[in-house]
Design a protein around this ligand. Structure first.
Ligand SMILES: [Zn+2]
Length: 190
């Protein structure tokens, strides 16, 4: 399972300081009373941002690993929540996925992904963010009832950008029920 780590570092500092090496898990989420033999299991590599690793523990009683996901990183999508937000914001500004492809993935980029690959990657992000925003409005109706599932609408309510990172903190106790990339709920279907 994944647990949120309110890591105060930027993604660059996280990598240069190898923050995962000093990460501490307060207790086993399955056995808060302790005594389950929780042990550190090292770390695993993230593709993005380059060089980043995620610290991981193992609960022998539950036979499950627990990883601490720094609050700025997307769950189950490459990169940071800021990266995901940038892409979805471009789609909203362009008025659609196809119209945003060249802006998100310039054809003259160092590693071009191709039109079909770009389309697929952008669609995944748009779909995932919409689902997460819809879920947030349902889980926190006192703050977000009636707010459209768009970044623009949530930016207006919260004032300013970086809404994905902020929403993760606002909805912290619901992260287990929230879909990725904000929350940690396993996806039912692609
Ligand atoms: Zn345990």
């Amino acid at each position: 399972m994944q647990v949120l780590w309110k890591c105060p570092l930027t993604d660059e500092r996280y990598v240069t300081q190898r923050a995962w090496e000093g990460a501490i898990l307060d207790g086993c989420p399955f056995h808060p009373e302790g005594g389950c033999g929780l042990e550190k299991l090292g770390s695993y590599r993230r593709v993005e941002p380059p060089g980043a690793r995620i610290p991981r523990w193992w609960c022998p009683k539950r036979r499950e690993s627990i990883s601490l996901l720094p609050s700025f990183l997307a769950a189950r999508l490459r990169g940071t929540l800021a990266d995901v937000e940038r892409v979805v914001a471009m789609v909203e500004a362009a008025g659609g996925v196809s119209a945003a492809v060249d802006a998100v993935h310039p054809p003259d980029a160092e590693k071009p992904v191709g039109f079909v690959g770009a389309l697929r990657s952008i669609r995944r992000r748009v779909r995932a963010v919409r689902a997460a925003l819809t879920a947030i409005a349902t889980l926190l109706p006192e703050r977000f009832a009636g707010v459209a599932a768009t970044l623009a609408a949530f930016r207006e309510v919260l004032g300013g950008d970086a809404v994905l990172v902020r929403l993760r903190e606002v909805a912290e106790r619901h992260l287990g029920a929230l879909p990725t990339p904000l929350g940690f709920r396993a996806r039912a279907s692609g």
